[in-house]
Ligand binder design. Structure first.
Ligand SMILES: [Zn+2]
Length: 443
């Protein structure tokens, strides 16, 4: 008797007290309304005055100018603000942070172990979310810290943006994705597929499968040299065509998108020909490369901030001469390449390379784009509906429309007349939950 009543009693307690506890875990699962002076829907490119958004649980129920708010609905009134879809950054590195001093940064990265890097990454994720970036595509990490961070955010163990992760990056021996510039005995071992270095079409296929096995949402490849690697040239091509073809084909076969780090035009063309989904940086791309991208619908993710924070006004101290020279050359060429892509009508998705620049300053990219000739509304679209399409998330994200996930942010004024107000996000809702409401929580 005693044995049987006890479980029933516990069951009844759970029945009576369990349900309210679960409901309290999801405080925003009821409906609410957000009001503001105007909104940018992320699709039309126009501002709508007297904005109202109705939210039900984690989804947007309705959006419009002065639409009626049902009786009893909780109202968040954001006054003179502008509402926008949560921003999407298509190029971040949330698991690392460059130092203002290259020598110090290099020492830090060698001395910090994986546990410390993982804990620090949660701070970078929080700063990114508080800056209004509710989604990122994170394209290169180490030791699968990105996979762990993504999973912890999805489980609501830590606050952060929705992450699509690369779980590492792939490249050729001696290229930008390899450790270069050190003698063999420094590491005492040549990197292989598990470290992202492959050779030949079969190995690149296997390397893609390896990353997908361990959690990659997107495959990142280093198609050319890079700025911050010590001994490759910044613009040399790295994979040969059959290697790139195999990599892209295998990724697409497994329903993953692909991104190619590419400064030089020749390496970029190898990736574009293979059907890569986006070219990252594109510093030295020429007319032919952009024409090929336009024809195939390949996106450019410019990351102008990467140039600003390596070869521009915010370059770190103590770069070795070989890095300083590459950073300067790439930064010089980058603005012109961006202008050419813009003029030729290449699809441009917003991306910053944050990690090279400080996390949480992602919105500085908007002003760099506008300074180089992009229309402010077009720049905002690049971080909303255009980036959502690149990430394959356009059904769910990127616009303020009925049925979309309730990822909503607010800035204090009109971002179309002053793009810099995007750097002053003061309200952030992710999946219907208010994670920031006020200026005091600046990252
Ligand atoms: Zn990067």
């Amino acid at each position: 008797m005693h044995m049987t009543t006890r479980p029933i009693f516990i069951f009844l307690i759970l029945l009576v007290f369990g349900a309210p506890v679960r409901a309290a875990d999801q405080p925003d699962s009821h409906s609410l309304a957000i009001r503001a002076a105007r909104l940018f829907d992320g699709r039309s490119g126009k501002l709508i005055q007297n904005a109202v958004i109705l939210v039900d649980g984690d989804r947007i129920r309705d959006v419009g100018s002065g639409i009626p708010i049902p009786e009893g609905t909780r109202i968040i009134d954001l006054g003179a603000s502008t509402l926008l879809p949560g921003f999407i950054d298509s190029h971040t590195h949330l698991t690392g942070q460059a130092s203002e001093d290259w020598l110090q940064g290099t020492l830090d990265s060698l001395r910090r172990g994986v546990p410390e890097k993982a804990v620090r990454s949660t701070d970078y994720a929080r700063k990114t979310l508080m800056a209004g970036f509710t989604t990122v595509r994170d394209v290169g990490s180490e030791e699968f810290i990105d996979v762990g961070l993504r999973n912890a955010i999805n489980a609501r163990a830590v606050p952060g943006p929705l992450m699509l992760v690369a779980a590492g990056s792939l490249g050729s021996r001696g290229g930008h994705c390899d450790w270069t510039g050190f003698p063999y005995e420094t590491f005492g071992k040549e990197p292989g597929i598990a470290e992202g270095i492959a050779s030949g079409a079969d190995q690149f296929r296997d390397a893609v499968r390896f990353l997908v096995k361990y959690g990659a949402d997107v495959i990142k490849v280093c198609a050319t040299g890079g700025v911050l690697s010590l001994s490759d040239e910044v613009d040399t091509p790295q994979l040969i065509q059959e290697e790139m073809d195999a990599l892209v084909d295998e990724a697409h076969r497994l329903r993953k998108t692909t991104a190619a780090h590419a400064h030089g035009a020749e390496g970029a063309k190898v990736a574009i020909r293979a059907g890569i989904d986006s070219i990252e940086h594109g510093s030295f791309l020429d007319r032919e490369a952009f024409r090929m991208m336009k024809e195939r619908g390949t996106y450019l993710v410019p990351t102008l901030m990467a140039s600003e924070y390596t070869g521009g006004g915010h370059a770190p101290q103590n770069y070795p001469p070989e890095i300083a020279e590459k950073a300067h050359a790439a930064a010089q060429a980058h603005s012109n390449a961006f202008r050419l892509a813009l003029k030729m009508g290449v699809k441009i998705a917003f991306g910053t390379d944050s990690g090279v620049s400080p996390h949480g300053l992602n919105a500085e990219e908007f002003a760099l784009m506008v300074d180089r000739g992009m229309d402010p509304a077009q720049a905002l679209l690049s971080a909303t509906s255009v980036a959502a399409e690149l990430l394959g998330l356009e059904e769910d994200l990127g616009t303020l429309e009925a049925g979309k996930r309730a990822n909503i942010i607010a800035v204090p004024a009109d971002p179309v007349s002053d793009i810099r107000v995007t750097e002053k996000v003061h309200f952030v809702m992710k999946d219907g939950i208010v994670v920031r409401n006020g200026v005091s929580e600046l990252p």
